[in-house]
Design a protein around this ligand. Structure first.
Ligand code: FES
Ligand code: MG
Length: 568
């Protein structure tokens, strides 16, 4: 405990401790301060991360909480990933942030840590790191933005960004009005205020018990957010003093299943399944997509938030947030799982009745949708799986056979999608190859635009397929994460223009209707991303597929399926 925690394991340990004390003294700490348990706090504020703009204020509140418990707060920087600012895609950097956070938490003398995260990839990276190190951790989401408004209509990034951009592409919105909307889409600090990836992951870490009750949904600018920060500091200090528990106490097969249910009930982001899989596997727990489909049949969507419903995160929070969902579906969740807030989830679901708002968090008897928001698909085109957010898709397109219109990469798509000569009708399936983890870092490119000539005829949705991801704020009949991906020679790499593809959501199938003799004659379409530098080389060597959470092979904790028991 204290600054001597984790003495160097070479040389004279007493001398190392003496030296460390000498250097720490140069920062003005007293002997008394340095003898206290130490709570590290990650500094993830960055001018390239708008969502984390208020992280410094939160960190002050965390420090206050740590000091109130008699421990010493030590703030240290880690990587910060701002979704809109990263090339080739933020997903490419998630494992780098996980790796960096893991190593720097393990390498520095801290008894517990508060990880301040929020923007899409940051909470997944931090949770992955936390599970690998297994030092006591409290995750503190920065919280969602408030909505803006334009011509009397509420706006939130980035579901409404897409809607207005679609109108602009279809020629029904002028450039001037589009610019007017831009300043109002993201009008405060915090993460995107719809049920996108950031909101989903914040809700899931609260469900897993890694963040305090309420931490998933309180708006970024609310005073309650600072109180949660203070309490996060207090809890971390108590863990530092008591020597635990670590995050593997909270992330168990039961809590992972709770998180899967929460993902379905809130109709969360498709990305969250990849992230949750990675987090769980760092704890040695497998996530089985077939079990996920079973859960999807018995878990209703009860939260009405964009992009699948009407509300925004501030509404969800006012309606009780994650705790209200746990309470409404109390018979489905395992409420005896522990939380860093103390006790079990059950201990936290009886809160102020004044919060209840059934327009946003619906009762089980009157759900938004009687079945879960997401389903996994399997078949000859996706032997190890694909995902569809059915709650954000068009049911009329669920049982279809269509002719493939193939794009060999995101670049090929950008070049040809609006070509007036493109041979495409609204009944075709748009197919994109080589946008998977190895092909392109798995960008959010799976929301293939409707070809302009069809848009102009009023077509609003088509079946679209790829090995890419999609923003959690998007919608449409978009099949994602096709595995194995094109770049590793999966069946997707063999699809050609004019092939027939059969989709059956009811059967959970996605099949390429081309016989094996014909497929054997074809050369797979393979493009591997060529990012430069040591990280690029490491990435290509280590990256796994979507059903494995797109984690690095060496980072996964073994044994895998055996420990998961009924979940595998
Ligand atoms: Fe950070 Fe959307 S841009 S959460
Ligand atoms: Mg996003």
């Amino acid at each position: 405990m204290g600054i001597d925690n984790g003495l160097t394991d070479y040389g004279d340990p007493e001398f190392a401790s003496y030296l460390r004390g000498a250097f720490a003294s140069s920062m003005g700490f007293s002997e008394e301060a340095l003898s206290r348990p130490i709570v590290g706090i990650t500094w993830t504020a960055s001018d390239f991360n708008n969502c984390h703009r208020l992280a410094p204020e939160l960190i002050e509140a965390v420090k206050r909480g740590v000091l109130m418990e008699g421990a010493l707060p030590m703030v240290f920087p880690t990587l910060s990933l701002g979704e809109g600012f990263l090339n080739p895609t933020s997903m490419y950097f998630r494992n780098l942030m996980a790796m960096e956070t893991e190593e720097i938490v393990r390498g520095q003398p801290m008894d517990a840590v508060v990880m301040v995260g929020g923007c899409d990839k940051t909470i997944p990276a931090q949770a992955m790191a936390a599970l690998s190190v297994d030092r006591p951790t409290v995750i503190l989401p920065v919280g969602p933005m408030m909505t803006g408004s334009f011509e009397g209509e509420r706006l939130g990034a980035c579901t409404d960004c897409r809607r207005y951009w679609g109108q602009y592409r279809a020629g029904t919105m002028t450039r001037e009005r589009l610019v007017g909307v831009k300043q109002r889409l993201a009008s405060t600090a915090g993460t995107c205020p719809v049920m996108g990836t950031a909101s989903t992951m914040a809700s899931l870490v609260e469900t897993l018990g890694l963040a305090l009750p309420g931490a998933g949904t309180v708006p970024a600018v609310a005073a309650d957010r600072l109180r949660i920060a203070e309490e996060s500091g207090r809890r971390a200090a108590q863990f530092a003093r008591d020597g635990g528990p670590g995050p593997r106490t909270f992330v168990t097969p039961e809590s992972v299943e709770n998180a899967l249910r929460m993902l379905l009930a809130i109709s969360g982001s498709t990305n969250a399944l990849v992230h949750l899989t990675a987090i769980a596997r760092r704890a040695g727990i497998a996530v089985d997509p077939h079990r996920f489909n079973e859960l999807s049949e018995e878990t209703p969507v009860i939260v009405s938030l964009k992009p699948t419903g009407d509300g925004y995160m501030e509404d969800f929070h006012r309606a009780g947030g994650v705790r209200a969902v746990l309470r409404e579906l109390a018979d489905d969740f395992d409420l005896d799982t522990p939380t860093v807030g103390g006790g079990t989830l059950r201990d936290h679901i009886d809160f102020d009745e004044g919060w209840r708002d059934h327009r946003v968090v619906r009762p089980r008897t009157d759900p938004v949708n009687p079945v879960g928001g997401l389903v996994s698909l399997f078949g000859s085109l996706a032997p190890t799986g694909a995902i569809l957010k059915r709650a954000a898709a068009t049911p009329e397109l669920f049982e279809r056979t269509g002719r493939a219109v193939v794009f060999t990469s995101p670049a090929d798509l950008a070049e040809r999608i609006d070509d007036p000569a493109l041979d495409v009708t609204e009944d075709d399936f748009l197919v994109m190859q080589n946008a998977g983890p190895l092909g392109a870092g798995m960008p959010e490119a799976g929301y293939l635009p409707i070809p302009k000539k069809l848009l102009e005829r009023g077509v609003t949705d088509m079946v679209r397929l790829s090995d890419a991801r999609m923003s959690g704020t998007a919608y449409g009949t978009v099949i994602l994460h096709i595995s194995p991906e094109s770049a590793v020679g999966g069946p997707l790499s063999l699809v050609r223009n004019g092939d027939l593809i059969r989709l059956s959501v009811s059967e959970r199938r996605l099949d390429l209707l081309v016989d094996d003799v014909e497929l054997a004659k074809r050369t797979p379409e393979i493009h591997v991303m060529d990012q430069q530098g040591a990280y690029g080389a490491l990435y290509r060597q280590e990256i796994m597929q979507a059903p494995d959470g797109c984690d690095f092979r060496s980072a996964v904790r073994e044994p895998l399926p055996q420990e998961a028991g009924s979940h595998s």
